[in-house]
Ligand binder design. Structure first.
Ligand code: FES
Length: 177
């Protein structure tokens, strides 16, 4: 099955680009594309980098990549859905991405992740049975100066401790867990 991105989402490009301008992860991704001279055949490599930075590939990210590489969104979406090593946006109503890159790891990201896993009773990569929270990890989200960083519903949040992280996701996991 070849999935396509709806026109409604395509029309969101200006909004996505504006959001991207304030998110360092998009800048890092763009620099990576530039390194590959925005070549079409770097698509898989670029998607790998995007997943490393964001933890998963959501529609906005795929549209951003398509726009920058001047590829049809359907092609980018097709590649992202074809290969098993790519994870599309998880099904949880809320997402929590714990950065496990070196800078975050040495500042205790593993403990932050373990605390969320324990509180939500799921492992990284999983979603709570009520589909309220999906927990993911990423490799360096480009915020090493504020390590350990966690991204809650797309918002990069600095200097997380296990307590702060559990506090943050508490409202999402209190039901049925
Ligand atoms: S290692 Fe976590 S932001 Fe760089």
């Amino acid at each position: 099955m070849i999935a396509t991105i709806s026109n409604t989402k395509k029309n969101r490009l200006p909004e996505i680009l504006e959001h991207a301008s304030g998110d360092k992860r998009f800048k890092i991704l763009e620099a990576h594309m530039k390194k590959h001279q925005f070549k079409h055949d770097a698509l898989i490599e670029v998607l790998h980098k995007a997943q490393e930075l964001f933890g998963y590939l959501e529609d906005d990210l795929l549209l951003f990549v398509a726009y920058k590489l001047k590829l049809p969104p359907s092609r980018v979406y097709g590649v992202a859905t074809f290969y098993h090593f790519f994870t599309l946006k998880p099904q949880g109503a809320h997402t929590c991405v714990v950065c496990m890159g070196t800078a975050c790891y040495v500042k205790g990201a593993d403990k932050v992740l373990a605390a969320i896993e324990q509180a939500a009773k799921i492992k990284a990569g999983g979603t709570t049975p009520d589909n309220q929270l999906s927990l993911m990890t990423a490799r360096c989200i480009g915020a090493c100066g504020i390590a350990p960083a966690v991204v809650y519903d797309g918002t990069v949040t600095p200097r997380q401790t296990p307590e702060l992280a559990v506090q943050h996701v508490k409202g999402w996991i209190d039901h049925g867990n």
